[in-house]
Structures are given as structure tokens and as C-alpha cells.
Design a binder for this molecule. Sequence first.
Ligand code: FES
Length: 310
Amino acid sequence: MMDDGVVGKISQQEWLKPTEDGLQNALHKAFQSKGGLQVKNFLHGTWIGHPLHVILTDIPIGSWTAAIVFDALDSMGARKEYKLAADAAVTLGLVGAAGAAVTGLTDWQDIDPPARRVGLVHGLLNIASAGLFAGSLLARRKGKRSRGRGLAALGYALSVAAAQLGGNLVYEQKIGVDHSEAERLPSEFEPVLSESGLGEEKLVRAEHKGTPILLVRRGPQIFALAETCSHLGGPLSEGKLDGDFIQCPWHGSRFSIRDGHVVDGPAVHAQPCLEARIQNGQVEVRKSNCRVATMPTIETEPLPRTGTAG
Ligand code: FES
């Protein structure tokens, strides 16, 4: 992992702020239309429940590692096929790098400081690395193999530095991980709120041992989700309820209140869903596998057991 001092130094580079603001604004505008939102969801990885960027970054890292190995074998005067293998690996890495750049930029537009600045530098290093590998490919095509190998080595060094910043973003700054605190939700029914605390079609924040839970009453039904947004921890109870969907106030992710599935990113992880019921004037909830969007079965009056059943 990259030294914390390096990340700290990057975070202090205030002169980057106007670039960050301008780029994020431009990206938000670019994805504003309905079609743009669909593209954005695709690039985030909403459809696979996992950040697409993380998958695509493996392609350049793996390919360029292979290219460096084949270049080393080639420079030792070994078989001619190593040249072809090295060139193919550089090319494949460039294709993967283009995908990783587009998805990374899409994710980055919804990241806040201080991670935003580290993400920007991570991206710039990757672009520089890809530029060097592109130069390497051109040199190889012109028969300048030593130059091609040199440029690839430089590009690889930059990509390693960029990957370390990427590691910091995920493991230290928790970008791309599920923030919903699913593991802290009760697995057995536990009281979280007095029944009188519910309001029709109102977003209500309840708590179980310090873990916030979102409750929505709709007629005889009660929907319950983890209240902490899976994207970056936004408070869903301060968001907007629109029909069956709750929108996070921080970056606009939308989730179904019925089963927690992601409707629109940047979130990619579903919002954990809970089963709710009324017992002795208390709303009780427990974790439920309600990812399959089926309507809850009404079991008791006046506020029956709700949530959704998997
Ligand atoms: S915290 Fe980012 S969309 Fe909720």
C-alpha cells in the first residue's frame, strides 16, 4: 500500500480543486439526460451489483505485466514469438485501459473530497501510463524495439503507482465498498420504534443498537431498509420518496423500497432489506432476503408483517 504520507501530500494540493470541480460538473452535465443516466448505470456496474471499473482494471494490469515479462524474454534473445506476445499484451492492455478509464471517470464524478483528489491523481497517472504504452506500441510497429521496451517499462512503473493509489481509495477510503452496514442489522425480530412514530408515506429513521434503519409506512404495509446508503453512507431518511423508490440525498442513487435493489447508481450494491411487523405497539424488524421483488404478505391487522419475502 502506498505510504500514507504520499496520499496526505496529494490531499493537500489545493490547486487541483478547480480542476476537480470543473471536471465533475462537466461529467454531471454529460450524463444528465435519461439516456445518459442509463449509460452511467451501465458504466457504474449497477447491472452486475459490483463496480465495473474494478473488473476492467485487471485487464491492463495483467496484460502489461505479461508484456514486461515477454519483453524481458525478448531482450534476452529468446524466441521470436515473445515479440508477438509482448506486442499483443500491450495492445490488449490499452483496450482494457480505455474501459477502465471510462468507468473510473464515471465513478469518480460521485466521489467527495478528500478521496476525490486522490482519485484524480490515480486517474492522471493511469492516463500517463496508457500514453507511454501507446508510445511503446508505436515504437514497436516502427521496429524500434528497445525504445518500445523502455517506454513500456516506464508506463508499467506509473501503472503500479496508480494501482497503489487505487488500493488506498478502496481499502483506506472505502470507495466502491458497501457502506450499508448490513452485518449490523438484526437477524431476529427486534423492536426499533414505537408504532406511533410512523407516518403515512414518511421516511422515518429508527435505530437498532446504533445502526440506523429506514421505515416507510404505506397503508397496511411497512417497508424497511438499512438507512445508510450502500454507496458512500448517505442518510436515506433525508432523501426523497418517489413512489416505490427512495433517492439518496448525497449523490442521487435510487433504491426500491420494496426490496432494496438499485434502480439508479452511482450505488451498485443493493440496500439491505428488512422484514417489519408490529408487536405490542412496537415496530420490529429483522434481516430478510427480499431481493426478489415480490409484494409482502399481509398477516395481521392493523399494521401487518411487511417487507418482502425472498
Ligand atoms: S451516498 Fe452516494 S448515493 Fe448515497
